[in-house]
Ligand binder design. Structure first.
Ligand code: ATP
Ligand code: MG
Length: 242
């Protein structure tokens, strides 16, 4: 599998750690605590995809509003209006759609069935080659009291994505000092697992990135410092964090 085609993230310093990019048509997981730049990474993956590699993409948000995502993107110089107009970038707030269809707040919590239906259609009828889902944690809330079901649903969901002609990036939240993923099982259904860190070092916040798993790839496994600049994430591929 050494020649698996790559889908470059275009994120400064990241592609060189993972053999040129994410494996084509793979399901990739990104975890990290609040504020660790998970959403930013997912936005850049989609934006760079259309801007630099001509690959249409979908950004599906379940936690933050479309307005918030747009505002964050534009603050990093990612202006998507043109791409949305031409239909090459789709930014969808799925919980908002649910809220509009049903007046109850609970209806806004999206389960895997609703998500899979939507994506099945979107991925079949759009030309999207990249997908960011922000976040899996929000979907899992639907199942929290039902052990076992979440694992099965996650597996079914990742199988659906594997059948499609799309490279996906799924976000999951972690709690500082706790397990690496919110439910402790997300990493098993993914082909790759990138962990973002936000550590307090002598009163200063230090951001990090570690590639813990990348199927089909010989990849770097060290913890690297990351910086957030005016145009997004910058991974210091040469530097290590001890
Ligand atoms: N120019 C900048 N330099 C450094 N940090 C910045 C800059 N602009 C924004 N940030 C910080 O970058 C972080 C990235 O936020 P992002 O929303 O991507 O994190 P997240 O992991 O998705 O968080 P959450 O779990 O709350 O959704 C924010 O905490 C923000 O304060
Ligand atoms: Mg976020």
């Amino acid at each position: 599998m050494a020649n698996t085609a790559r889908v470059p993230t275009g994120i400064h310093g990241l592609d060189e750690l993972i053999g040129g990019g994410l494996p084509e048509k793979s399901v990739n997981l990104v975890s990290g605590p609040a504020g660790s730049a998970k959403s930013l990474l997912a936005m850049q993956f989609i934006y760079n995809g259309i801007k630099d590699y001509g690959e249409p993409g979908i950004y599906l948000t379940l936690e933050e509003s479309r307005e918030n995502i747009l505002r964050a993107m534009s603050s990093y110089g990612m202006n998507i209006e043109r791409y949305e107009k031409e239909g090459t970038l789709i930014l969808l707030d799925m919980s908002e759609i649910r809220r509009r269809c049903d007046v109850s707040e609970e209806a806004a919590v999206v389960g895997f069935d609703a998500l899979s239906n939507l994506l099945d259609n979107l991925l079949t009828y759009s030309k999207a080659r990249r997908l960011s889902l922000d976040s899996l944690t929000a979907v899992g809330l639907h199942y929290e009291d039902i052990p076992g079901i979440l694992r099965r649903e996650l597996f079914k969901f990742s199988s659906l994505l594997h059948e499609k002609n799309v490279t996906s990036l799924l976000i999951t939240e972690s709690i500082e000092g706790g397990p690496l993923t919110r439910y402790g099982i997300e990493q098993f259904i993914a082909d790759s697992f990138i962990v973002l860190g936000l550590e307090d070092v002598k009163g200063e916040l230090r951001r990090t990135m570690t590639v813990r798993k990348m199927r089909f790839t010989k990849h770097d496994t060290t913890k690297h410092p990351i910086l957030i600049g005016a145009s997004g994430i910058n991974v210091s591929a040469e530097a290590k964090v001890f």
